[in-house]
Design a protein. Structure first.
Length: 284
């Protein structure tokens, strides 16, 4: 059920009424397919909010210009809200709009199906903690980094990810991330668990991992009764995921990789960690 009723006046104009009994939960963020000019006919305490802006009070006679695909919403007041909405004539799509339109048929028109497809694809690739909502600049940058990584351009992917996180980091954390990315470039071909197991059996340190990182991972493995090789594999998968998928804003590659190790469990399908046949004795 829609939170409003409306009457079409002509091909491009309609009247929309939000009754006083409208539930706040039904007033969701949304975006329209075409440019719109909205005239406020009546409002009693209702507010209008654009993406990344503070809510503004609506008064009778206000005129709002809303661009196509611009995120916005109305916030419930005390009484009714009556709007006159005039939709602009259909115009040529921009490059960004064409990309949205191709998400679902038809390929030359933006429909609700396009937004559903984009929401689904972004939700699958970029969980909520990544701070990358559908259509956002961060989501686009993550997609660019992923494409470069999948093509084998690890350095290019690393540069994009570094640039993305710079605004969210202080100088010390940024320096740490640069070091992390530099180390990750050395690990490109070391993601296979079999190779790490062979190295471990030979008594060698895993290539590309610093002594400090190895020491930290060994402690985690011993404490949780996991094979060290599988923990190294999980850590490397976290580093790779940082470049090809994403992370929470402001997190470095190593922080993200350690977070993956901490949350990994043999019972989880995505996890690489494995239990040892015999757990090490705990030190008294």
């Amino acid at each position: 059920m829609k939170p409003y009723v409306e009457k079409k006046l002509n091909e491009s104009t309609l009247l929309r009424l939000f009754p006083s009994v409208t539930q706040e939960a039904d007033l969701k963020w949304h975006r329209d397919r075409q440019d719109r000019v909205v005239e406020v006919i009546h409002s009693n305490g209702w507010l209008f909010q654009r993406d990344n802006s503070v809510p503004a009070m609506l008064s009778s006679g206000d005129i709002l210009e809303i661009s196509a695909n611009e995120w916005h919403r109305v916030i419930k007041g005390e009484g009714e809200l009556v709007l006159k909405i005039t939709e602009a004539k259909k115009k040529k799509l921009s490059k960004k709009q064409k990309k949205i339109a191709r998400a679902a048929p038809p390929p030359d028109e933006i429909t609700g199906a396009d937004f559903k497809a984009l929401n689904k694809s972004v939700d699958e690739a970029n969980p909520r903690q990544y701070g990358a909502p559908p259509g956002s600049k961060r989501a686009e940058e993550l997609e660019k980094a992923r494409e470069k990584y999948e093509k084998g351009d690890v350095k290019g992917s690393a540069r994009i990810r570094q640039k993305m996180e710079e605004p969210h980091m202080d100088e010390s954390r940024l320096r740490e991330m640069i070091n992390d990315v530099s180390e990750e470039m050395k690990l490109d071909e070391l993601l296979k668990e079999l190779e790490q197991r062979i190295e471990e059996k030979k008594g060698k340190s895993p290539k590309g991992l610093s002594k400090a990182v190895k020491k930290s991972l060994d402690k985690k493995a011993d404490k949780r009764c996991l094979t060290r090789g599988s923990v190294y594999a999980e850590f490397r998968a976290g580093l790779a995921a940082f470049l090809s998928s994403g992370s929470r804003k402001g997190m470095s590659a190593h922080q993200w990789a350690h977070a993956r190790v901490n949350s990994a469990n043999p019972s989880k399908k995505w996890a690489k960690v494995k239990k040892r046949k015999k757990c090490p004795k705990k030190k008294k």
